[in-house]
Design a protein around this ligand. Sequence first.
Ligand SMILES: [Zn+2]
Length: 560
Amino acid sequence: MRHFKSTIAALLAFSMIFPLASCRKKVSDKEFEKKLTRSTRTETTEPTETEPTDTEPTDTEPTDTEPTDTSSDPSNNQGLNLKSPVPEKNCAIEIPQDERFHYDMDLTLDPSNNTVSGHVVASFFNTSDKAWDELCLRDYASLFKDSQTSGVQGSDGALTEITNIKVGADDVTMRRDDDVSVVWFPLSKPLQPKEEMTMSYDFTAKIPSLKDRFGVYNDVYNVTNFYPILAVCTEDGWSHEKFYNMGECFFSEVSDYNVMLTVPSEYKILSTGTETKTDVQGDKTTYTLSAPCVRDFVFCASKSFKFFEGDYKDTHIRVVYDEAHPASSEMDDCAQASLKAAQDSLAAFGEAFGEYPYPELDIILAPIEAGGMEYPNLIICTAESFYCMKNSYESIPFEQMSIVVAHEIGHQWFMGIVGSNSGMEPWLDESFASYTEIVYAEYLGLTDQYDHYSKKYMDLSSTAIHDSLKSMDQIPINRSYYSFSSENAYVYAAYEIGKQALYQMEECIGREEFHAIIREYVHRNAFTNSTEDRFFEVLFECAGQDNQELNALVDSVFER
Ligand SMILES: [Zn+2]
């Protein structure tokens, strides 16, 4: 997510494919090992709530390209000054064939009542080494029943109705925590490690009337985090950190989604995944959508989306805004700039981190308060992010104003492909997504604007800088959201200092080398939930333990 404070611009389905009966089946040891390597670990903690901040841009110079494929040949460090093999630039990131969680959803958007409802069938398996005697689901939509629980003024949603719950063959009565987003389904018989099972339920969620990532405003629907989704079971049990609005705290397993989505025919939709069929029945249209290997499913709808389309290699890109309520007469320019930014981002990040592995990417220039928000295959950016910047930075080229688009697309790698627990290790997605802004600017040759992230201007390993940042609680950056003393401290740490730290690592190691290290990190952790230990393991394995400059930087900024 990208936020900005008021003035300064933040640059900166369908049912029942799955047999409900006898839903328990053991996964073979080999399969399970594969699954486990693609699973999680994390910690649990206590949260809080909030409001945003801002940022700024800057930096650099381009690069080149070549194709390749995923794996790192053990003898190949690409001629770089690295101690260990790395994948080549533009390597493919293959969608693995492993068995995954699976959601079949038959959804209906009802604009007359501002609800989204549906029948969900989810199949999954116990990823942990302990038996599960209950399942934890996250129902974020219920938080929008009022402003206090959502943290968003004007929330007028409702508790999600969840009915007809079946877990395995059992009818189940759910339990909701005081934190209404935490829902438990008891199991009559514990689910053993490796065992598979299926659950199903019906739900109706109210979409709040909000200019928000989850909300409807001027008849544009942002329908995100709307259905109860399985939480992640970590070494410490089910992860259910407290929701906060300032940033993202979502955490789920990569899954395959088959969705049927019915909307009034006058609405156009964009969603995670690709459309495989459209069926018009009377005044309703049902879209069949397939979204393999993603962490979530979201969609946006409006009667008057205006489309701008283009491609990057095998990925089709669509940018839309709501023509009925354009934020300004220059929306066509914003949409075109977003399309260009998306193509440039996919090129820059594909080269640096490995190619975007999905066939589609959608960008909705929508009414939301934050600068932007990332979801699998789909990002939401506010049009105001362009105009805010235009007013504040007249000298900046228009492409540079698309930095919010680049940031959210950067999350397709750091959140989407490589997942993490955003609440507990926010720097793993936000610092990396913020660093992608620099990679994007480097690709466009706009490096100058990022000079102030350089060691030359603010050496994070210097004692004076360290002490100063520490006094503002912005260091160490590798802490949970909940442990910062203020929202500002969190934002500066996760977005700004994190971005700066990663850029200064690039300076210590070399740009080509650092990109290659991140490629290796992405390659090793693609479609899993990662942890900071996994990043540092790759960093030091490739860069070595004896780079004093790097060691001093890491020691200063991180607590390890
Ligand atoms: Zn972000």
